[in-house]
Write a protein that binds this ligand. Structure first.
Ligand code: F6P
Length: 422
């Protein structure tokens, strides 16, 4: 399992070689890039030969938090041997590898702000153009007809766009080791065929919660705020923006806060630069409805209806139940939300602590106290943790499709509210 991380290091290193060949960097940059490549090749060797996990030395904002986490892992080792790559929890090692790739850049200015995964993310966006155009056309038609929609029609369209955002999570580049994993077919037309692959579907609870928040808003009590903890750039990000656009246009949310990563992460995760680039590209499209969507998103950002935020906690290896203590500022910000949508597999692993839970354990139980606000996970299954299933459901799936937990074919929409009777 640990060896599947090697292509990510190789790809980062190859990207640096390519940009150097294209003389993107100055002489000083080329020397820095050579040092970074050598750092990455050492890193690959450490991983391949199960060397001890090393403390970070780059003096970044999160360096001490990482080293403190490593010391905690060390204290858990019963025989006192150093924590090594193969003897550490998978969640920790996987996150650590991406942070070490970042260390290679941090240690080598002027390339310290370079995003070695940018090209793959850009390509994934362009390869999904047809699907993006059809989704933006669908969105603009909805917005045009919004005023005449009954509540049931509004709900049905919300549920569709929630599912589009859910399946958008299939398109990540870490599972495909950076190879093409873009959306080719029409996202709306594919939904009926995918319905049976949703193992838990709490979408109606999410809808009810949004309607309840809207009710209190019309009585002047509050302005509903939705937080979206983003996952991948490319097609998935567009599905999230389309959902957010619908929420605002339908009056279901007054404010959307997007949360992304502050460093390149898990190959395709959204950074601020990816977020802004995606909106800019959408505005610049020569497709009428795609461009109209982009213009609307740009406007939402400008007027503050939408905002982008990052926090170093999202790129630490911690489970989310550590957030209240480890990142109290972030936790208290999230407490102001009416609904937090967590996108993707890695966020699900952090929500549930990436533990070997019985599949029938309740979702709220697996959160172990992490409940800043009503929350929902939209996740396609790519790692072997899954809770909240019915008795016998996992056994049936295992007999039909032994790889059901990791092949990305299945998905869940799981909801939990601090105020809800479980
Ligand atoms: O982009 P997502 O949905 O968070 O998926 C990331 C997942 O991909 C993997 O890196 C490889 O499958 C998992 O370990 C990880 O949880």
């Amino acid at each position: 399992m640990y060896f599947c991380l090697i292509p990510q290091i190789t790809s980062a290193s190859e990207t640096l070689c390519c940009v150097s060949a294209l003389t993107v960097f100055s002489d000083e940059g080329i020397q820095a890039e050579k040092r970074a490549i050598s750092f990455l090749s050492k890193l690959r060797n450490e991983l391949q030969t199960d060397k001890p996990v090393l403390a970070l030395t780059d003096n970044a904002e999160d360096t001490e938090a990482w080293n403190e986490y490593m010391r905690r892992q060390q204290d858990l080792m019963e025989d006192g041997r150093p924590v090594s790559w193969f003897k550490s929890p998978w969640l920790y090692v996987e996150c650590y590898m991406y942070r070490r790739i970042q260390e290679a850049l941090y240690m080598n200015p002027p390339i310290d702000k370079f995003d070695e995964f940018k090209e793959g993310k850009t390509q994934s966006f362009f390869e999904s153009q047809q699907a993006i155009k059809s989704l933006c056309t669908y969105l603009q038609e909805l917005i045009t007809n919004m005023e005449n929609m009954t509540e049931i029609q509004l709900r049905d369209n919300f549920l569709k766009l929630l599912q589009v955002s859910l399946w958008g999570n299939k398109c990540d580049l870490s599972i495909s080791a950076g190879r093409d994993n873009s959306q080719k077919s029409s996202p709306i037309d594919s939904l009926p065929d995918l319905q049976s692959c949703i193992l838990v579907d709490d979408s109606n609870m999410v809808w009810s919660m949004l309607v309840a928040a809207q009710g209190s808003r019309s009585s002047g009590i509050k302005n509903a705020r939705v937080d979206i903890v983003l996952d991948n750039a490319g097609f998935e990000l567009v599905t999230d923006l389309v959902l957010a656009s619908f929420l605002v246009s339908a009056g279901l949310a007054k404010q959307i806060r997007f949360h992304g990563k502050s460093i390149p992460w898990f190959v395709s995760d959204v950074t601020k630069q990816d977020f802004e680039w995606t909106i800019m590209q959408t505005v610049a499209s020569n497709h009428k409805w795609m461009s109209a969507s982009g213009v609307q998103w740009k406007h939402f950002m400008k007027e503050g209806t939408w905002s982008y935020h990052d926090h170093s906690f999202w790129t630490l290896p911690h489970e989310f139940c550590d957030m209240a203590v480890g990142a109290a500022d972030l936790y208290s910000t999230l407490q102001g939300s009416d609904l937090i949508i967590f996108k993707g597999d890695l966020n699900y692993r952090k929500l549930t602590g990436d533990r070997k839970w019985e599949h029938t354990v309740r979702f709220d139980q697996a959160l172990r106290g992490f409940q800043p606000a009503p929350l929902c996970s939209l996740r396609t299954l790519k790692a072997d943790v899954q809770v909240g299933l019915q008795l016998g459901q996992a056994e049936k799936l295992s007999s039909q499709d032994p790889d059901w937990m990791t092949n990305g074919k299945y998905a869940v929409v799981q909801f939990c509210s601090p105020h809800r009777e479980q």
